[in-house]
Design a protein around this ligand. Structure first.
Ligand SMILES: *Cc1c(COP(=O)(O)O)cnc(C)c1O
Length: 819
């Protein structure tokens, strides 16, 4: 989107690349790293980055999507495409970064840069909200703050921009230098410094010093001395400095913070006078982020009155896309809070990755992008929607309606949200995925209410980014070429069916595994086309297995014979997976079965063994390491004999989640990931880099004052000897909150405080002792999250995290998030 014109030839020279160019004058306007997201393929340059996977694997996809220009590092890919422009470099990431550096150098732009452990994206978005009236701002899309995200963000700078706001995140040493060169900040903002030092740093101080490198040439540095670890001011970056603090003397010295309903009133001393502001949020993190924005405005010369007036209007950063159940068998992706082209592209990707319904509809409001002409803007959007195979567009607002002719699909337009609501009965929605995307002022939450089902007050939130992050966490531990089978049995450990599977399919997992045939059928109906293994293929379901191209696990001779018997006479090489018993003694072939197993398979060519596997009984526990080794050896020997007897190779696998982390020598050809994807691994210490993917929440229905010695709940088990306060919450054993959590064994989090249950757990509700804590009806209650974990809950009732997750009943609504 740059308006400096670059040609491919120009890039070849800048990068000093060995190049093979068929069209030297070709203009490059877009840098692309994902072969699936291409808007204008002809003028896009694809970087084969070694990120989640080796980008060279996606060259063909990118080519098929119309891209003809590539930056690669593997010379073996040179001859792939005769009519393409190929730049061969030593390091593809470094090439991407150097183009961003060159691009940044073209503009003499004021740039705000943000780094820190938390809050970067919120501070960036809020500064955008606060400053948009005075500047034409270019900013990082979403949380694009990595070694790859930063160059892509900076690439968006163009002529008309008067201010840049970029965030930079690092995870190990020596990463900031490159980002500094790309961003070249005028004003630097340090949000905070997390307590634990991240894996990639020797100490807190090292982490801080690395972060501060971003600001080495900044004119102004905005920070709190609480996060600079006592470093003398003379060692801090920035020609001038602006500090804020809750505890010590500072340029903005906070003296008083008081919550008023859902907001916080803050007073401070600034230039010797008392000033104040209202931060329209109640949680602690938001107040801190608000103060950082306050400091930024003041240091930029805004008057305290003006700063206060602007801060008061801050709105929550709607970063999460929610996937909910809708009316008439629809799924709804709700993103009613932001609308710009880059967030639209991300939301469209999410829409495309949900394949459960044949039809995809977008409800989109007018977009406003300062400095862009409308025809250009809507032409780009129309191209994006077409490229993403959208079936139907419902446009709301005068501007998008005026551009109706640009859209090449089924369309309906409405002048306003009210106009849509008035006509709602006549707009049909049925069995489709609907993406709702609107600028704030269009109040799309009103539409959301009409098309989504009401969510019961207890919800299980599934963070699909965390799930993808955990997948990547394990992928990083695998030797090259090792495949992944993701276990999505038992409704993906309680967290969902096709919603989860679609994400795993998108992230190119190799196999999925379910327990029963009907789970596999549900996945096929939900748009899953990748191989699916069924672990308990009951003979009554063989026809469904074949009809839906599912692959049975064969665990004994009976099931082998009955499956072969079931297959039609002309069946040939139907894929099956052999389960070997090496010590679990649950299901599986034993050495004694070998001869008959081989004879049966060899004499009928109806089935083909695509994999053989066994299951470890104690991979997470070092007490069982000797037995684990024994299982691994026994499996290898057995699999070897089967392979020799059949005369062909197949995939070998034995590792589950903790097997991957604790027994790297047993990765073989594939690993089977289960609970690790959801954020728990019994083989790892508590702080381990996995992300919490599943959060269970409920709400307070009533708050009650109880007198000394009154009893609470069934059986009169609960008692507060001195009296106190209880809160009744909407979760009971029928939701999966085990009765054993009763009488104080279980704890929940209310407003940041850990409180015990009191009395017995009822079927649909339970009571908490909230004596001394401010709680009111409607308050959110955390049953488990990243702080109060499923491992903590398992400990409270002496079970395992697996059971906590899978017990959550189906009546608890699942809501999926994607950023
Ligand atoms: C459930 C299951 C797994 C996954 O185990 P995790 O410990 O959750 O990773 C692997 N293999 C088999 C056969 C399973 O049944």
């Amino acid at each position: 989107m740059s308006n400096v014109i670059y040609t491919i030839d120009h890039f070849a020279k800048i990068l000093d690349a060995k190049s093979f160019i068929s069209n030297p004058e070709l203009k490059i306007t877009r840098l692309v790293i994902d072969s699936r997201s291409v808007i204008d393929p002809e003028n896009s340059l694809f970087f084969a980055l070694n990120a989640k996977r080796d980008g060279h694997e996606y060259l063909e996809d990118a080519y098929a999507n119309g891209i003809r220009s590539f930056v690669i590092s593997d010379s073996r890919c040179l001859e792939k495409f005769a009519d393409a422009n190929i730049l061969l470099v030593a390091d593809v990431l470094a090439a991407l970064q150097s183009l961003a550096i060159i691009h940044r150098e073209q503009y003499d732009l004021k740039v705000l840069a943000i780094t820190g452990s938390n809050g970067k994206t919120v501070v960036k978005e809020w500064l955008y909200q606060l400053l948009a009236a005075d500047f034409n701002i270019v900013r990082s899309p979403k949380s694009f703050n990595s070694q790859i995200g930063v160059p892509l963000s900076v690439w968006n700078i163009s002529e008309e921009h008067t201010l840049g706001i970029f965030e930079a995140g690092i995870s190990k040493e020596n990463e900031m230098e490159a980002l500094e060169k790309i961003i070249r900040p005028t004003i630097g903002i340090l949000t905070n410094l997390g307590e634990a030092h991240a894996e990639g740093f020797a100490s807190q101080k090292d982490k801080l010093l690395e972060k501060l490198k971003l600001f080495k040439d900044a004119e102004v540095f905005i920070y709190s001395p609480e996060y600079t670890l006592g470093l003398p001011v003379s060692e801090l970056p920035g020609q001038t400095k602006f500090s804020w603090s809750l505890k010590q003397k500072a340029d903005l010295q906070i003296s008083f913070i008081e919550p008023i309903e859902d907001r916080n009133y803050v007073r401070a001393i600034f230039k010797g006078a008392e000033i104040e502001c209202l931060i329209p949020f109640s949680d602690r993190a938001s107040v801190e982020n608000g103060i950082i924005c306050w400091a930024s405005l003041l240091s930029m010369g805004y008057s305290p009155e003006e700063a206060d007036a602007r801060l008061e209007k801050l709105t929550r950063v709607g970063m999460r896309l929610e996937l909910k159940n809708g009316i008439n068998q629809c799924s709804v992706i709700d993103d009613s809070y932001s609308a710009d082209t880059s967030s639209l592209a991300i939301a469209m990707d999410f829409l495309n990755l949900q394949n459960q319904h044949p039809k995809k509809t977008l409800i989109l409001s007018d977009l406003h992008e300062t400095g862009r002409n409308e025809v250009e803007l809507y032409t780009e959007i129309a191209a994006l929607l077409k490229q993403k195979n959208l079936n139907r567009l419902i446009g709301i607002g005068p501007h998008i309606s005026a551009s109706a002719a640009l859209f090449d699909m089924e369309t309906t337009f409405f002048e306003s949200t009210q106009d849509f609501i008035d006509h709602f009965p006549a707009v049909h929605f049925n069995n489709e995925t609907i993406l709702l995307k609107g600028a704030r002022k269009f109040e799309f939450e009103r539409i959301s209410k009409l098309i989504t089902q009401k969510v019961h007050d207890t919800v299980l939130e599934i963070d699909l980014n965390a799930l993808a992050g955990n997948l990547q966490f394990y992928r990083n531990k695998l030797q090259p070429g090792v495949k992944i089978m993701a276990m999505v049995k038992a409704f993906s450990y309680g967290s969902g069916s096709f919603e989860i599977a679609n994400v795993l399919q998108y992230h190119k997992v190799d196999y999925l595994a379910v327990a029963y045939t009907d789970e596999g059928v549900a996945l096929r109906k939900g748009g899953i086309t990748m191989p699916v293994m069924v672990m308990s293929p009951e003979p009554s379901a063989f026809d469904a297995i074949v009809k839906y191209k599912l692959e049975p696990e064969i665990y004994n001779l009976d099931i082998l014979n009955s499956f072969i018997g079931f297959l039609s006479a002309d069946a040939y090489d139907y894929p099956v997976h052999l389960k070997i018993d090496t010590g679990m003694h649950r299901l599986g072939f034993k050495e004694a079965d070998l001869k008959e197993l081989l004879e049966t398979i060899n004499s009928s060519r109806k089935v083909k063994v695509v994999s053989a596997f066994s299951h470890l009984v104690g991979s997470e526990d070092e007490h069982h390491d000797a037995f684990t080794k024994h299982q691994i050896e026994r499996f290898r020997a057995f699999a070897q004999e089967i392979s020799a007897g059949l005369g062909y190779k197949f995939i070998w696998h034995i590792s589950n989640t903790s097997g991957v982390t604790r027994h790297p020598e047993a990765q073989m050809d594939m690993v089977r990931l289960g609970i690790g994807l959801y954020g728990y691994d019994g083989g790892l210490p508590k702080k381990n880099g996995l992300q919490t993917a599943v959060v269970l929440k409920t709400t307070v229905t009533q708050v009650i004052e109880v007198k000394p010695n009154e009893t609470i709940g069934y059986g009169r088990n609960g008692i507060l000897p001195n009296g106190g306060t209880t809160a009744t919450v909407k979760i009971g054993y029928a939701d999966g909150y085990n009765r054993r959590f009763g009488n104080g064994r279980g704890k929940m989090l209310i407003n940041g405080k850990l409180v015990p249950t009191i009395g017995s757990i009822c079927m649909d509700m339970c009571m908490l002792d909230v004596t001394g804590i401010t709680v009111k009806t409607g308050d959110e209650v955390i049953v488990f999250n990243g702080e109060l974990t499923i491992a903590d809950l398992a400990e409270q009732i002496e079970t395992i995290p697996y059971e906590i997750l899978t017990n959550i009943s189906q009546r608890v609504k699942r809501v999926y998030f994607y950023e």
